[in-house]
Design a protein. Structure first.
Length: 153
């Protein structure tokens, strides 16, 4: 298991995440996540901490196998007072542009994954579009509208 300490918030280290406001579920995704790499052992604990206020402690993250570097089966989230393991579930059939983050409450967030290599402007545009209330665009449409070409699936 990989263990990643909680990062101190700041421009260079903050998790790039944008969520829709709490409202009735709509559309393909509940927001967007722009990881800095395709290494889930490093990135998964960071997004799990970031969404825990919405879904509670994260139990699992489902991802497309071909969209990420090879990942361990779980990652440990280090928090003050201890940590817990988050299962990393890779699927060949999952949309390569989405991760599904599930909390212990069984609440799941579908997050558009903005490619780590996206330009600053394109990444911010994709995140803003994906987190707009009522947005129902597909992941490919969200990326395309931001000028990000889909190379997966």
């Amino acid at each position: 298991m990989a263990s990643v300490p909680r990062r101190i918030p700041g421009e260079a280290t903050a998790t790039r995440l944008s969520l829709k406001r709490l409202a009735p579920i709509s559309g393909y995704v509940d927001g967007a996540w722009w990881p800095r790499s395709r290494d889930l052992a490093v990135e998964a604990p960071l997004v799990a901490l970031a969404v825990s206020t919405r879904v509670g402690p994260v139990r699992q993250i489902a991802f497309a196998l071909d969209a990420w570097d090879p990942a361990p089966r779980s990652a440990v989230i280090d928090v003050v007072g201890g940590g817990h393991a988050v299962m990393l579930l890779g699927f060949a059939s999952q949309d390569p542009h989405v991760v599904l983050v599930t909390g212990v409450s069984d609440r799941t967030l579908g997050l558009l994954v903005v490619p780590p290599e996206a330009s600053d402007r394109a990444g911010r545009t994709a995140m803003a579009r994906a987190s707009r209330p009522g947005n129902a665009e597909s992941p490919v449409a969200l990326l395309s509208a931001a000028g990000i070409r889909s190379t997966a699936g």
